[in-house]
Design a protein around this ligand. Sequence first.
Ligand SMILES: *[C@@H]1O[C@H](CO)[C@@H](O)[C@H](O)[C@H]1NC(C)=O
Ligand SMILES: *[C@@H]1O[C@H](CO)[C@@H](O)[C@H](O)[C@H]1NC(C)=O
Ligand SMILES: *[C@@H]1O[C@H](CO)[C@@H](O)[C@H](O)[C@H]1NC(C)=O
Length: 382
Amino acid sequence: MTKKSPPIAARHVIWFGWKLVIILSVALCVVALLKLHSQSDLSSSPSIIRVRSRRPSRDIIFSGPPKIAFLFLVRRSLPLDFLWGSFFENADAGSFSIYIHSAPGFVFDDSNTKSHFFYGRQLRNSIQVAWGESSMIQAERLLLGEALEDPANQRFVLLSDSCVPLYNFSYIYNYLMASPRSFVDSFLDAKEGRYNPKMSPKIPKNKWRKGSQWIALVRDHAEVIVDDEIIFPVFKKLCKRRPLLDASKGKMNAKLQKQHNCIPDEHYVQTLLAMSGLEGELERRTVTYTSWNLSATKMETKGWHPTTFTYANSGPEKIKEIKSINHVYYETEYRTEWCRSNSTSVPCFLFARKFSQGAAMRLLGEGVVSRFSASALLDPPP
Ligand SMILES: *[C@@H]1O[C@H](CO)[C@@H](O)[C@H](O)[C@H]1NC(C)=O
Ligand SMILES: *[C@@H]1O[C@H](CO)[C@@H](O)[C@H](O)[C@H]1NC(C)=O
Ligand SMILES: *[C@@H]1O[C@H](CO)[C@@H](O)[C@H](O)[C@H]1NC(C)=O
């Protein structure tokens, strides 16, 4: 069939139609702009700093299978790579991505890593991280920033080098994807005096929060963290760990003893999201289990220590016990958090720390992360 050009009268009608469409579009744009303007006026009220993505590439509406970005924050290598390798082996390649922040210059390849999933996945712009310093939260921001470059990444899970999965991939994928909320452990920090009054007015005291560093975020919240230019500099300047008392180091050490003892990674994301008015979009709990050793003495100024799981104390009963936890109690708020994903009751924890290689080996052997674990154990990948 050939297309004939329409007669003159019809062409006039079409041209008139086009003009109408153009005029209407312009009018709609003006209305939209006015509306945006009035909204930004509203949102500039003092403690709400909802920062939207400045990079337009990120705002593209994504369609396709969503991915979970697994963000590993490690000292150097990944000692539990064999367990994670088996975990990812049972996943659809299009449903996850991996990013690693390690010591600058450390390259993941077959000489130091037992699973090909990690080869070359380290960030090129990684920084030297000091535990308990603001470099830790900067490393988290670098991981989130890199992962945001892929529009398929819709969930962002932060993990350490001693974290293990407690379920197979499909279970964890469905759990996180079903939830339109981020999982961020966050509670009122009533006692400890880590809040420094000098942070006010940029960080008001009533927005100061505490919580576990190990978070799982939806994309919008990851963007808020990467785009933050206001709260991070305050943390860098005023949230620092107090060095251990050391008389031999003289006056400087004595002076530092007076500063507020603050651990940035236990406050930054929680406080930023509270200040951004986003607490209503959170499940205010972590999906990563930590066992606290309450018997650690007060002499150790770092306070409680996480227990390390070894081959001996990571048996099936212990794992079952962790997986059966369905609520968390927050003392400072008298709040019981019943664990939910998209309003459905679920076990609280998907991951756990801190696991030794022996404990991870045991999980693999028990078939916690995959059905084919026994063969994976006998026949490790090259
Ligand atoms: C993954 O784990 C869930 C729950 O433990 C189980 O029901 C499911 O069959 C497992 N899927 C695979 C592919 O092993
Ligand atoms: C969340 O729950 C609602 C209501 O039960 C359901 O319609 C929706 O499909 C669920 N969303 C996901 C992503 O599972
Ligand atoms: C708890 O901490 C104490 C003192 O630091 C230590 O002796 C003990 O082995 C720890 N217990 C566990 C289970 O890690």
